[in-house]
Ligand binder design. Structure first.
Ligand code: HEC
Length: 150
């Protein structure tokens, strides 16, 4: 009996592990809502640093460091919402027909985030401005290729 339960549990774990990423959402609409919500938060926490990068607001290094830490968590979120069979929203079909290109765009963004994090942690304003610009470009270049214009 015990053995059977163990077998069943193993089967359940294997089944879960084999599910496509989209399966963690109720349906495609739920995945689209999720990734758009994640992108909205990303936009909010990224955009609020723009006045600092443009020297229109003072550089408060602790506030920037704390915000970049939040951004790092947010940066991990949207991608799970682009699973198989979740075409729609403002996402272009190229995300699914050219997954490698999309992954490259995502990697560019993560590489920029690494620099932004290093600069924020070091409290280095000049490096922060450069990295902020680089991350911003990575948002834009992905949107240019993979997001429908409004
Ligand atoms: C690798 C690609 C990629 C990167 C990088 C990326 N985005 Fe997006 N973003 C998308 C796609 C695709 C959508 C459309 C999603 C949808 O509507 O289903 C989107 C949508 C959005 C939206 C609109 C959300 C809504 O409510 O419809 C905002 C805001 C946004 N992104 C901000 C950002 C910011 C800011 C960054 C960089 C810090 C960023 N994105 C980086 C692909 C990307």
């Amino acid at each position: 009996m015990k053995k059977r339960i163990a077998l069943f549990a193993t089967a359940a774990v294997v089944t879960l592990a084999c599910m496509p990423a989209g399966a963690q959402f109720k349906d495609a609409d739920a995945a689209i809502d999720y990734r758009e919500a994640a992108m909205t938060l990303l936009g909010s926490h990224f955009g609020r640093m723009a006045p600092v990068a443009k020297k229109e607001a003072p550089y408060d290094k602790d506030a920037i460091k704390a915000n970049v830490a939040i951004l790092n968590t947010l940066a991990t979120l949207p991608w799970a919402g682009f699973g198989e069979g979740t075409e729609g929203g403002d996402a272009k079909d190229e995300i699914w027909s050219d997954p490698e290109g999309f992954k490259q765009a995502e990697d560019k963004f993560h590489a920029g985030m690494k620099k932004l994090t290093a600069a924020a942690d070091a409290g280095d304003f000049d490096a922060f401005r450069v990295a902020f610009g680089e991350v911003g470009k990575s948002c834009k270049s992905c949107h240019d290729s993979y997001r429908e214009k409004d």
